[in-house]
Design a binder for this molecule. Structure first.
Ligand code: PNW
Length: 498
């Protein structure tokens, strides 16, 4: 007691000192994430094919906030050793990165393998392993080969077969070296924003294309998991899952209407992909089936705009996971929409909810992202109860702020979200085994170009060698990753402190 009081005097922080130190379980892992198009550059080098993001940013620079693209990005195709050295310095246990489909299969098809693509990822993996950093690979983080988009991309059912062929090439080459595999990153984002919104390839028909994309992605995921389960599990010696993004949806009041609206929002945004894979029954959430079927009918269509799985497909997709990858950033408040069925279909009209964020939730440099740490704990708990307590890996959590090395706001963000995660694990018994900060580096933030920076490391895009400089948050996260504990006073992590 005396000692506690004494240290409280020294640090001048009573509450933190008297509380027990916050430490994560012994085997808990900390890592960082990136994605191929956002960091690699070298878009047309050594046999790489064109991706939908190459095509889209080249044809429509005006649609990207700063009119830029990922042609060069962080140059990680050339500088991957620098990236690994940073991670070594950071002390993380694993690195989540994605493989670029068109770098490995320039036409998207597996009859022509680009040896330079295999070489690049082999060398990256070797470098990681030499530094005792476990590779966690995302097979698809949105950079579809353009040749496949020319066939309709994810709206074409044949894409599931082509993805299976691609996955086979990856597993043939890397199954022995990569223990953790993620088939897709955030189907909600690339199906809804890509095929029903403004992201590449720039969809036109929300309420049709986004559902077709989701359907084929779910089929593709089930097929790849099945292949892995039958032929590669013994070589991988780890696991395979899918990464879904969950913004927490909180009823704006406790009224029944608002609570139902919040649950509807969760089902439309998360259940769409989670229910077929992680629920006991499988298939789409009942509320999606019911609403989209009914709306389609009212709109005069002879069949539902939401496709139907065969019984075999339901069975194949259900249970196709060893873990659930969870990306979480922010929270919304929800109330019911106007309930009107528009003559022109859309995903939003089908869901028919209104989303808000409170003005007093702290802002970030991304309009959609406000700081709401308690939503993280609620999201994890909802997943635990809704999907029968799955093993979860947090595959992304992060925040954008203005450039600068003294990013105390980012330190604050990570610390508050980690406290929420810690409560979910230790008090609520959510089975979360890893946390991944997005991102190791500033990078090409899709439609927001380089204007939004999520990095623990700042990248100087004006310097010829794309100089990387660790921020204050890098030092903070280093403490967390190497000790497994949160510092008692994160304000100690001033820029020069480590
Ligand atoms: C993720 N939301 O997308 C992506 O996986 C990353 O590539 C991206 O850089 C990162 O987040 C930061 O934007 C998300 O609305 C997009 O909740 C939107 C949401 C969440 C994640």
């Amino acid at each position: 007691m005396l000692l506690l009081l004494f240290s409280a005097l020294i640090y001048g922080v009573e509450s933190n000192i008297i509380d027990a130190k916050i430490c994560f379980p012994e085997e808990f892992m900390f890592g960082v994430a990136t994605a191929s198009y956002q960091i690699e550059g070298a878009w047309n080098v050594s046999g790489k094919g064109e991706s939908i993001w190459d095509r889209y940013t080249h044809e429509h620079p005006d649609r990207v906030f700063d009119h830029k693209n990922g042609d060069v990005a962080d140059g990680s195709y050339y500088k991957y050793k620098d990236d690994v050295a940073l991670m070594k310095q950071l002390g993380v246990g694993f690195y989540r990165f994605s493989m670029s489909w068109p770098r490995i299969l320039p036409t998207g098809l597996s009859n022509e393998i680009n040896e330079d693509g295999i070489r690049y990822y082999t060398e990256l993996i070797e470098e990681l392993r030499a530094n005792r950093i476990i590779p966690m690979v995302t097979m698809y983080h949105w950079d579809l080969p353009q040749t496949l988009q020319d066939l309709g991309g994810w709206t074409n059912p044949v894409m599931a077969d082509y993805f299976l062929d691609y996955a086979k090439v990856l597993l043939d080459n890397f199954a022995d070296k990569v223990p953790i595999w993620i088939t897709f990153n955030e189907p909600l984002s690339f199906c809804h924003d890509g095929y029903g919104g403004e992201d590449a390839p720039g969809g036109r028909a929300s309420g049709f294309e986004d559902y077709m994309c989701g359907h084929n992605v779910l089929r593709a995921h089930g097929m790849v998991y099945d292949l892995y389960d039958r032929e590669y599990r013994h070589r991988v010696k780890g696991g395979m899952g899918i990464t879904l993004d969950i913004a927490w949806m909180e009823g704006i009041t406790s009224s029944t209407e608002d609570q139902i609206a919040a649950e509807t929002a969760r089902q439309f945004m998360f259940g769409w992909f989670a229910n077929p894979i992680f629920s006991k029954t499988g298939d789409y959430p009942a509320v999606m089936r019911k609403r989209i079927d009914a709306n389609s009918k009212k709109q005069g269509f002879p069949r539902s705009r939401l496709p139907t799985f065969t019984r075999e497909e339901v069975k194949m997709i259900r249970g196709s996971f060893d873990f659930m990858g969870v990306n979480h950033y922010t929270t919304y408040l929800v109330e019911p929409g106007d309930g009107k069925v528009q003559p022109h279909p859309s995903y939003y009209n089908d869901g028919n909810v209104k989303l808000y964020q409170l003005v007093d939730w702290p802002k970030t440099n991304s309009t959609w992202l406000r700081v709401v740490p308690w939503g993280f704990r609620k999201a994890l708990n909802w997943i635990k109860t809704t999907y029968n307590d799955p093993l979860m890996l947090v595959t992304e959590n992060g925040v954008s702020f203005e450039p600068g090395l003294k990013d105390v706001k980012r330190v604050q963000f990570i610390d508050s979200y980690l406290r929420s995660l810690h409560a979910a694990i230790t008090i609520d018994k959510c089975r979360v085994k890893a946390y991944t900060y997005w991102s190791l580096l500033d990078n090409f933030e899709w439609m927001r170009g380089f204007s939004e920076r999520f990095g623990l490391t700042e990248v100087d895009y004006d310097s010829p060698d794309l100089t990387r400089t660790p921020r204050q948050s890098f030092n903070y996260y280093k403490y967390v990753a190497t000790t497994g504990c949160l510092p008692n006073n994160y304000a100690d992590f001033t820029y020069n402190s480590v």
